[in-house]
Design a binder for this molecule. Sequence first.
Ligand code: FPP
Length: 257
Amino acid sequence: MYSLWKRFVKKDASSDVASRIQHIKKSNVPQHIAIIMDGNGRWAKKRALPRVAGHHEGMKTVRKITKISNELGIKTLTVYAFSTENWKRPKSEVDFLMKLPQEFLGTFLPELIAENVRVEMMGDLSLIPSHTQKAVKQAMEDTKNNDGMILNFALNYGSRGEIVTAVNSIIHDSKNGIIKEDVSEEMVSSYLMTKHLPDPDLLIRTSGEKRLSNFMLWQSAYTELWFTDVLWPDFSGEHLLQAVEEYQKRSRRFGGV
Ligand code: FPP
């Protein structure tokens, strides 16, 4: 009886998400959602599992949320998979995290291709293991002609480093006469790794932490922030819809009235 009830509730929850996607106001969905996927370690600890089990479960959540974001009509989903500060973690955890893009793309790339998703990445690829580089570059190549949602992995990414690199490139280009005008906000934006993307409209951070942790600092000047106590492996389509519905209720004034 209990298992029958559980099955009913489960089925009902997923069909509820599907019907809510249908009813969401499509003219005002965020064009770009950025996510700080936090809480994998605590999810594992609660279950007496090694931390890496949380990362593995978190990888499956990325797939689930990519699919629902695409169905919602979101144009870009940026996920913070590894920061420049994450190298400070134990080597075994770093090694595991570096294998995840390969596993994720090895498992889900055919589905992403079928759904017209384009895989991109931002971050310093040169410092990550060659097997990870190879998997990401191959996925980018295989999906480069897809014109649906962009799934943008922030991998070995840090926002301050990104800004410093941009400033140095601007100085270099000024000295060499490539740039003749004064530095402007548009110019700085055009030297960032996100130069081809709109700024995020909505930034989600899971697990109850309320900080940006060196993620898209320039780009999120006017981004709506949404925090939840839910740990990333438990984050579901239902939570994403809650965030989008809350976003749709906000009045974005960009400093105006
Ligand atoms: C933060 O949780 C999470 C990370 C540093 C890694 C995020 C990576 C994934 C979700 C895997 C997805 C990767 C791919 C390539 C699809 P935490 O470990 O700091 O959690 P804690 O604060 O509870 O310890």
